[in-house]
Design a protein around this ligand. Structure first.
Ligand code: ATP
Length: 241
């Protein structure tokens, strides 16, 4: 069997050719009552630091699985994932919790705390070591301004529109200053104009902060805006478009 060539394309916007995420031989299977599904099927992948990558594929192809494995929300059956040089699959206990906290995660359903204000939703996500910092509130204000929510800090999060709630979720994901932001269909619950605005916001954030961003999307128009697109079919990487 030949070893598949990892997807190693670099972009004009990567910070210095550094690899942010290196995936090798990644396998994840789910056993159901009547079958075993291979949701990640021997995936090899390199994501350049500072790039924005769209992950596309039909429903059930394995996009969420890949993001969850990279974010250590789930564990692989085989293979390795390195994120900025840390081998994620070897982390346990405190180190694993710290790693999860160091990654920004944005979900399709914004998952905001409904009884908290916009500002409190963002500060509540700060890791203890960040929360102790006197500037946590100030950083939350700055992030909310960066996502276009200046003046809405004291509104209850659920009073906002879907697009605004997703902006809060993005600010929340950035409070611990992650170098990697994983976004699982961040525009899935939004109309196409609002969804385009969210992707433009991701570009602005990358410009300002150099954050490496990986987002899953069903929408080919949004995917084309990314620096690069990877496509998954039945858990297998189809190559870069
Ligand atoms: N916890 C689980 N238990 C059983 N099967 C699962 C589980 N999570 C995912 N799967 C299966 O793994 C496959 C890949 O699912 P995944 O959610 O990664 O796909 P996706 O491309 O993100 O789909 P969608 O676009 O619909 O969100 C699917 O067949 C799914 O049913």
């Amino acid at each position: 069997m030949t070893t598949p060539t990892p997807d190693t394309a670099t972009t004009g916007t990567g910070d210095s050719g550094q690899v942010a995420v290196r995936v090798r031989g990644l396998i994840k299977k789910f056993a159901t009552l009547d079958a075993t599904i291979t949701a990640a099927d021997d995936i090899d992948l390199d994501i350049p630091a500072g790039s924005i990558t769209a992950v596309t594929g039909a429903s059930g192809s394995g996009k969420s699985t890949l993001l969850h494995l990279i974010g250590a929300l789930d564990a692989p059956d085989a293979g390795t994932i390195e994120v900025f040089g840390t081998t994620v699959s070897q982390l346990h206990g405190r180190a694993l919790a710290d790693y999860r906290g160091s990654i920004g995660f944005v979900f399709q359903r914004f998952n905001l705390l409904p009884t908290l204000t916009v500002l409190d939703n963002v500060t509540a996500a700060a890791l203890p070591r960040h929360r102790r910092r006197a500037d946590t509130k100030e950083r939350a204000h700055d992030l909310l301004a960066a996502v276009g929510l200046n003046g809405r800090e004291h509104t209850l999060a659920t009073r906002l529109s879907g697009g605004q709630q997703q902006r809060v979720a993005i600010a929340r994901a950035l409070i611990n200053e992650p170098r990697l932001l994983l976004a699982d269909e961040p525009t899935g619950n939004l109309d196409s104009t609002t969804g385009t605005g969210i992707v433009e916001l991701l570009f602005d954030l990358r410009e300002q902060r150099g954050t490496t961003i990986l987002f899953a999307t069903h929408d080919p128009t949004l995917a084309r805006r990314a620096d690069r697109t990877i496509s998954i079919k039945d858990g297998q990487l189809q190559g870069r478009e």
